[in-house]
Ligand binder design. Structure first.
Ligand SMILES: Cc1cc2nc3c(=O)[nH]c(=O)nc-3n(C[C@H](O)[C@H](O)[C@H](O)COP(=O)(O)OP(=O)(O)OC[C@H]3O[C@@H](n4cnc5c(N)ncnc54)[C@H](O)[C@@H]3O)c2cc1C
Ligand code: FES
Length: 280
């Protein structure tokens, strides 16, 4: 009889080992879950069950913020950086330490390292969209995926960047921009991106972005004009997280098709997608 291939486990019971209130409605949950952490790549997400009650009915999607390991370097879990926007995230911000939390994942496709190790990777994040880039920095700052990393982080004010000290010593150069000038350069994060692209002087680069759609659309336009490849992690409002509900679609080019575009499910075809194919 032919051997049956073992399917990767997707449902996990994590333990909330620590919850940190970061202020201004931001919080970080440290979740012990070694089997999930061992297979989770930056850019992927988990669907989290907020509580064992009917409501909220749907799981909520979250990126891995940090990748947690023990003194021997073995994966122990992930952390989630959360921002309170509604019922689910408000409940998460008050979760009790020791709680068992049901996670479905890892879901979606991760960021892929550029082939040429000399490529400078510019990570462009806005607000809570900065979350996947700490995990990415941990992954790509050493070992075979080691690349030169620059984190360009933007927010309306310093209050949207209260978690940026978590990047200290992680392995990326960090530059900040705020619209009110309360931290870093005054202006939008795209100002930093334009300056970084100009300073490349022929050095190969890859831009990765995550944040509000308007910001990512602007990042995509700048990269297209500069001829720099750009990939975005699209955080659409999601229903199921695994390709069934059509809740997360985005229009992408489909040359040769009748309409010239099609709807791509970001939860399974992404969330990381080539900006050049997206109809912003
Ligand atoms: C792949 C992915 C990764 C994500 N990673 C993170 C993360 O690391 N940290 C984090 O804080 N949030 C993240 N989000 C957004 C997070 O899932 C939503 O904020 C959360 O589901 C809202 O739940 P709620 O019950 O608090 O709010 P709801 O009551 O469901 O909604 C409140 C408001 O938030 C809006 N909203 C809901 N989902 C999203 C979304 N996906 N994007 C933008 N607005 C939304 C709703 O339209 C509504 O206006 C991610 C989303 C996706 C799809
Ligand atoms: S979230 Fe259901 S299809 Fe993508």
């Amino acid at each position: 009889m032919a051997a049956v291939a073992e399917r990767p486990k997707l449902l996990h019971q994590a333990t909330l080992v620590k919850r940190v209130d970061l202020g201004h409605d931001y919080f970080e949950l440290f979740l012990n879950c070694p089997d999930l952490a061992a297979s989770m790549q930056a850019g992927q997400f988990v669907n989290l069950r907020v509580r064992d009650e009917l409501l909220p009915l749907l799981r909520r999607p979250f990126s891995s913020f940090d990748y947690l390991k023990d003194a021997r370097g073995r994966a122990t879990g992930i952390s989630i950086l959360g921002h309170v926007v509604g019922q689910g995230t408000a409940l998460m911000a008050r979760m009790a330490e020791g709680l068992k939390v049901s996670l479905h994942g890892p879901l979606g496709k991760p960021f892929e390292p550029p082939e040429d190790p000399a490529t400078r990777v510019l990570m462009v994040g806005g607000g809570i969209g900065i979350a996947p880039f700490l995990h990415l920095t941990r992954q790509w700052s050493s070992g075979p995926s080691k690349r030169e990393l620059v984190m360009l982080a933007g927010g309306r004010s310093v209050k949207d960047l209260v978690f940026m000290n978590r990047f200290n010593g992680a392995g990326a150069d960090v530059l900040l921009a705020t619209e009110d000038g309360s931290a870093g350069v005054k202006g939008r994060v795209t100002v930093l991106l334009e300056a970084e692209l100009k300073a490349l002087k022929g050095k190969p680069a890859l831009v990765l972005t995550c944040g509000p759609m308007a910001m990512m659309a602007a990042v995509s336009r700048i990269c297209q004009a500069a001829g720099t490849p750009c990939y975005a992690s699209l955080e659409r409002v999601m229903g199921c997280g695994y390709g069934v509900c059509n809740g997360c679609v985005v229009e992408v080019d489909a040359p040769g098709s009748e309409r010239g575009y099609r709807y791509a499910k970001t939860c399974v075809e992404g969330t990381v997608m080539d900006c050049a194919s997206i109809r912003w």
